[in-house]
Design a protein around this ligand. Structure first.
Ligand code: FES
Ligand code: MG
Length: 574
């Protein structure tokens, strides 16, 4: 049990110096008295609520439940608001700001009298951002997931965030559904607070956080609107106070074993392609080297057993919760897990899985009845992507796994958008659509443009999938034969920059290959002619981002934020 005199916050409050006196009197200015803080762990609640983040609306209230838990356990809670990254609203992309939220989290914890933290996040990038920042700071923390929204509903049909939206949009473009029906979809797809309820980036990153041992057991699938979510919030408040007393710092939790568990769970859930970037970034913050090849290897070994959209056909996170949640899923793949890894609960992962049961075998499959026999992601390499790129075989049409066709290249989003709606576009279902200049530096921020829309002409012919290649990302709720995160990106002269319309492109997913069938001599000639694009960012945060952002295969973290394992950020000097 840690001596309260050694709490980090004691430096602010406990001494007889003038500076401490001033800190105390400023707390009394807010109506607190010595009994509120003296000898108590001071807990930061990093709240990513805002009026424009639909996925976190309930955090305005949940934060009070966290405070209740902190008080119950004898701690002193302080709510510290942080930037709220609403995935569908923030332009050009929340990815541009993931590292900003990570820095903000680290600095909020570092500059204030904090002993431990509850991180409130869930909408896509907020989860890795909060975890990256808090990991670098090194104080005890618990991640409180926003929880999924209720499943969507349109005339009794379940609708999935993103996934169903894109599908119905194609049917609308094909003239198969009316404007009125479309409006029904629009109103039915998102009908409560909470994050996207498909296995998109939010659910994936929540699952990864839980597998890393950073949430309370079975927390991540509790629907945001379920009263269990309120109780879980209060429990996070109670638990973080105990963690400070136990000195349960993240270096004891975020080990190589924990990262291995996160990779296994990511694959078994049919994770979002974005998971690759965030997992690498989070692991590197904890000093664990994780490569694209490690992820591909796991992808070959771990079956997808969560039957959730978009890899699955009809179920959502709400169904997953009723089927037993992540504990139940993990109980089915214990052979692949490191059960001795410690979790924020103070128990090992193995102990938290004891007694876990699956209540619906169709939602959480067994290894023998997996919805996809291999993991959900594959990493391809070749002369088009020497440092790798990512595809999600579990969510694409099988016939495209080995494919050769002519390239159709786009360099700007407006040009691409105008072309795909042009019904005279010279394109066939065999074409390979390529969109470049949308990587970490090129866009900047690597927006979710990678699920290029299938040209309307082909949609009307019944085509619903084709090979698409880009240095962008795509939403975790998207699907199709989309090859993403091509590294190095075109903006820094990656070979993607050298492709021309009409070049033959060949992909072979089983053999993990991606090639342009162009001779080395011709590529050399094109390289000599290539000139780098004018940088888009000339000032401000964008400029700083472009100076320091690393490529997708390195996790898109800033080069200056890498920390050695367990090393906390320097403490303020006075
Ligand atoms: Fe917030 Fe999808 S929009 S998680
Ligand atoms: Mg998303």
């Amino acid at each position: 049990m840690k001596d309260p005199a050694t709490y980090r916050s004691a430096r602010w409050y406990a001494s007889n110096e003038m500076r401490s006196s001033n800190h105390r009197s400023r707390f009394m200015q807010m109506g607190y008295s010595r009994e509120d803080w003296h000898g108590r762990p001071v807990i930061a609640i990093i709240n990513t609520w805002s009026d424009i983040n639909q996925c976190h609306s309930h955090f305005k209230h949940r934060v009070e439940d966290v405070k209740r838990g902190v008080f119950q356990a004898g701690g002193f809670p302080l709510e510290l608001p942080a930037i709220s990254l609403s995935e569908p609203i923030v332009k050009p992309t929340t990815m541009l700001y993931r590292n900003l939220l990570a820095i903000e989290t680290e600095e909020l914890l570092r500059s204030h009298p904090i002993d431990g933290a509850v991180l409130m996040g869930g909408c896509d990038k907020t989860t890795p951002a909060l975890i990256m920042g808090a990991t670098s700071m090194g104080l005890p923390f618990v991640f409180l997931p926003a929880g999924p929204m209720l499943r969507g509903n349109y005339r009794g049909e379940p609708l999935g965030s993103g996934t169903s939206f894109w599908k119905y949009w194609d049917e609308k473009r094909a003239g198969n559904i009316s404007e009125e029906e479309w409006q029904g979809v629009e109103a039915g797809v998102a009908r409560s607070y909470g994050h996207c309820m498909t296995m998109g980036t939010a659910s994936t990153m929540g699952s990864i956080a839980e597998a890393l041992g950073l949430t309370l057991p079975n927390a991540i699938s509790i629907p945001a609107a379920d009263a269990n979510h309120i109780r879980m919030s209060a429990a996070c408040g109670r638990r973080i106070v105990e963690m400070v007393r136990e000195d349960l710092t993240p270096d004891k939790i975020l080990t190589a074993d924990a990262v291995s568990n996160a990779v296994v769970v990511a694959m078994a859930t049919g994770c979002s392609t974005n998971a690759i970037i965030h997992l690498i970034a989070m692991a590197r913050r904890a000093g664990v080297e994780l490569t694209m090849d490690d992820l591909d290897k796991a992808g070959r070994e771990i079956p997808v057993i969560a039957n959730i959209m978009p890899s699955g056909k009809k179920y959502m996170m709400e169904d997953f919760y009723y089927a037993g949640g992540l504990r139940a899923l993990m109980s089915r793949i214990t052979d692949h897990l490191k059960l001795d890894a410690l979790t924020v609960s103070g128990k090992t992962m193995g102990e938290t899985l004891e007694g876990a049961e699956v209540f619906n075998d169709d939602v959480i499959r067994s290894v023998d009845t997996a919805i996809y026999p291999e993991g959900s992601l594959a990493v391809l390499r070749g002369n088009l992507a020497p440092d790798g790129c990512v595809i999600k075989p579990a969510a694409m049409e099988e016939r495209l796994m080995v494919h050769e066709g002519p390239a159709l290249v786009f360099d700007s989003y407006p040009e691409m958008r105008a072309s795909v709606y042009d019904e005279d576009l010279d394109v066939t279902a065999d074409h390979v659509m390529i969109f470049r200049g949308a990587g970490p530096i090129g866009a900047p921020g690597m927006p979710e443009w990678g699920m290029l829309p299938i040209p309307t002409k082909l949609v009307k012919q019944g085509v619903r999938d084709m090979v698409r290649i880009s240095d962008a990302r795509m939403s975790g709720t998207s699907y199709g034969a989309c090859i993403l995160h091509v590294a190095p990106e075109a903006a820094i002269g990656g070979p993607l920059a050298l492709v021309k319309t009409g070049d033959r492109i060949r992909i072979d997913v089983p053999n993990r290959k991606i090639e342009m069938l162009v001779s080395d001599a011709e590529l050399e000639r094109r390289r000599a002619e290539w000139t780098p694009p004018e940088p888009k960012a000339t000032r401000g945060y964008d400029w700083m981002y472009a100076q320091h952002i690393q490529q997708a295969d390195k996790g898109c973290d800033f080069d200056y934020l890498q920390t050695d394992f367990g090393r906390t950020a320097p403490e303020p000097e006075i």
